[in-house]
Design a protein around this ligand. Structure first.
Ligand SMILES: NC(=O)c1ccc[n+]([C@@H]2O[C@H](COP(=O)([O-])OP(=O)(O)OC[C@H]3O[C@@H](n4cnc5c(N)ncnc54)[C@H](O)[C@@H]3O)[C@@H](O)[C@H]2O)c1
Ligand SMILES: [Zn+2]
Length: 403
């Protein structure tokens, strides 16, 4: 067949319809305290938004939160009784394991889905998830799958979850040796950030979440970076007022990025806010998740800060200010895992670059500060320069804190 005939046949047998529609997403994010106080309508408003019927609510609580707040289920029941015209509990609160181990277990999502089936949730029901980033990721993924998606109201309870993961549009679990390998983009129905959860947050999660504040400040907001440097010692002393301000500001920057960044579901190749994350995820994995996400991000930021300095994107004074402020908070700027090498003598952390590219797809895109307060996307990381930065951080670590 000649080319021309082929073309005519193809043109006759192909028909297409251009499907195009938009679905607006909108969810309230409320910051405050005392959301379980029966006099406070915030939770009832969030759950019953737009409903003409009484909403059935199934509550999932991170087991660490349940242990730290013993009366929480009784308070929820009393709250639901007060607001019975708008909401009713579908059954007893379900406890889910907290911490990264919950995300690595192969049955975590199916266990949560089973409890949603037992509660006979329908597509108009609400899942209320209360917990740290890991518990929210697991319950959020299950909620996004059941009936192809039931409404999810999140109450994040750690610094990281309140400032970052809990207010966003993603969830995910670890699988096949990869962090967040399985997950969905599923905007929540509402997010309630109740600062009354902060006092019981374990120390490593209290300070770990501050790394996400450094992350956004260093690539988005110079004034916030300066404030973080100033309040670092207060954060280390568990000054709650200082922390509340940091958490809310960080959350607002994340929300603004999702709202205005133009790619909320990350179809492109970059994740502009994930400064320091390419190595952080690798450190978490090679340590068998002994290093928490927050601490791993702090080390990842330290590494990319040194790299940005060697690339002359930030000054040595800016690099030192960042490393000093993170240390002053109690965040690590070194991990022995950074110096680990494979059989060929290559730093194992470097594999994080390929993982990062694969997870996002397309071209490698890493965001670096240039200068502090502004992000610059680069598409290659020089392995020899990364080696030099690891050596520099190791020497600083050997010289002691503040070096
Ligand atoms: N989905 C996203 O967009 C996104 C974004 C950033 C991070 N994350 C994920 O979030 C996870 C980290 O979350 P995290 O830092 O919140 O830690 P976490 O959820 O892994 O662990 C928190 C620990 O503290 C306990 N806990 C939680 N709140 C408490 C409270 N108020 N009082 C006492 N104990 C409490 C939990 O039981 C758990 O043991 C990582 O897996 C990370 O990948 C997800
Ligand atoms: Zn993070």
């Amino acid at each position: 067949m000649s080319r021309r005939v082929e073309k005519t046949v193809a043109a006759r047998s192909v028909r297409s319809v251009r499907q195009r529609f938009t679905v607006p997403f909108e969810y309230p994010v409320v910051f405050g305290r005392g959301f379980f106080d029966p006099a406070c309508p915030v939770l009832a408003d969030a759950v019953a938004r737009g409903a003409s019927e009484v909403r059935r609510v199934q509550v999932f609580i991170d087991s660490g939160v349940a242990a730290a707040c013993p009366g929480i289920e009784a308070r929820l029941k009393a709250y639901a009784r007060r607001w019975s015209a708008r909401m009713t509990l579908a059954g007893p609160c379900v406890q889910v394991p907290g911490g990264e181990a919950a995300k690595t277990s192969s049955s975590c999502v199916t266990d949560a889905m089973r409890r949603m089936a037992d509660a006979h949730l329908c597509r108009h029901s609400v899942v209320l998830a209360i917990g740290g980033g890991s518990a929210l990721d697991v319950v959020g993924l299950a909620a996004s799958l059941v009936h192809r998606g039931v409404r999810l109201v999140r109450m994040p309870t750690t610094v990281l979850a309140q400032a970052d993961s809990g207010v966003g549009v993603k969830n995910g679990v670890d699988a096949y040796g990869m962090k967040n390998f399985a997950g969905t983009f599923a905007p929540p129905f509402a997010v309630l950030v109740d600062f009354d959860f902060l006092p019981t947050v374990p120390w490593s999660y209290w300070i770990g979440g501050v790394s996400e504040a450094f992350k956004v400040a260093m690539i988005r907001d110079r004034a916030m970076f300066d404030r973080l440097c100033a309040v670092a010692p207060r954060l280390r002393e568990r000054d709650e007022r200082a922390m509340v301000a940091v958490v809310e500001q960080t959350a607002r920057l994340h929300l603004e990025h999702i709202r205005t960044g133009g790619d909320p579901f990350e179809f492109g190749s970059s994740r502009p806010l994930d400064f320091g994350h390419w190595s952080a995820h690798r450190l978490e994995i090679v340590s068998g998740y002994a290093i928490g996400h927050g601490q791993a991000v702090a080390v990842g930021i330290a590494l990319d800060t040194c790299y940005a300095c060697r690339k002359r994107l930030i000054t040595a004074a800016e690099r030192d200010a960042a490393l000093r402020a993170m240390s002053a908070c109690g965040l690590p700027v070194w991990s022995d895992e950074l110096a680990r090498r494979d059989r060929e003598g290559r730093l194992v952390v470097l594999k994080g670059l390929e993982d990062f590219r694969e997870h996002l797809g397309g071209r490698l895109t890493v965001t670096l500060p240039a200068p502090i307060g502004r992000g610059l996307e680069v598409h290659a990381m020089d392995a020899r320069l990364v080696e030099a930065c690891v050596g520099e951080l190791e020497r600083r670590h050997a010289r002691g804190p503040g070096a």
